[in-house]
Design a protein. Structure first.
Length: 194
């Protein structure tokens, strides 16, 4: 069952019906899921990506579109865990599906020279969060508080990885315009659980 489920997710993630086939995957709207709000001042990724070399622009557009999908799924699961009496298992299943599809798109995307470490750091942070929220849901289902559920070490580990990813962005693209710098930073900030 698990194997066929993952195989189906892979098919979804790698077919054109899943996402755009053009260079622009980033959505026109970054409105958070209904009833949720971003934990920081998230702004849409500027279309021109000023300060990013042309050879990297398509990849940055694609990876940040998938980061946006992951952070939107994170908003829903973390808000659910923070509320009593929720269907935590169902919320985690939806979070897991959405996140794994985006993760697989990230892994399938060709990576420009020098960005493999960035991609791997982001994917590792996402993997830590998948584990973190799985543990949190089990704690809530067993009657634990939201605070105890959200205290697992994997959350801090994911946070550290996201900080490393931001450091990589800053080092690689020191000429980013203020708008691009602000947006790319806040995508990683909004994905963070702390």
């Amino acid at each position: 069952m698990q194997k066929s489920y993952l195989a189906a997710l892979f098919v979804l993630a790698t077919t054109p019906a899943f996402g755009q086939t053009s260079a622009d995957w980033y959505p026109n709207s970054i409105t958070p899921p209904s009833g949720h709000q971003y934990p920081c001042a998230l702004t849409a990724l500027p279309k021109d990506l000023s300060g990013i070399p042309d050879a990297d622009k398509k990849y940055i557009n694609h990876i940040y579109a998938m980061i946006l999908k992951c952070l939107q799924a994170k908003l829903v699961i973390i808000d659910t865990i923070n509320q009593d009496g929720q269907n935590y298992s169902q919320a985690y299943s939806q979070y897991y599906r959405d996140t794994v599809v985006a993760r697989q798109k990230l892994l399938a995307e060709p990576v420009p020279d020098g960005l493999t470490s960035f991609r791997n750091t982001v994917v590792s942070a996402i993997d830590k969060q998948i584990s973190y929220f799985g543990t949190a849901v089990k704690t809530r289902q067993a009657g634990g508080t939201a605070a105890s559920a959200l205290s697992a070490p994997a959350g801090r580990e994911a946070s550290s990885l996201l900080q490393n990813a931001w450091g990589t962005m800053m080092n690689r693209y020191p000429a980013m315009s203020p708008a691009v710098k602000d947006s790319t930073y806040h995508h990683l900030c909004a994905l963070d659980v702390y």
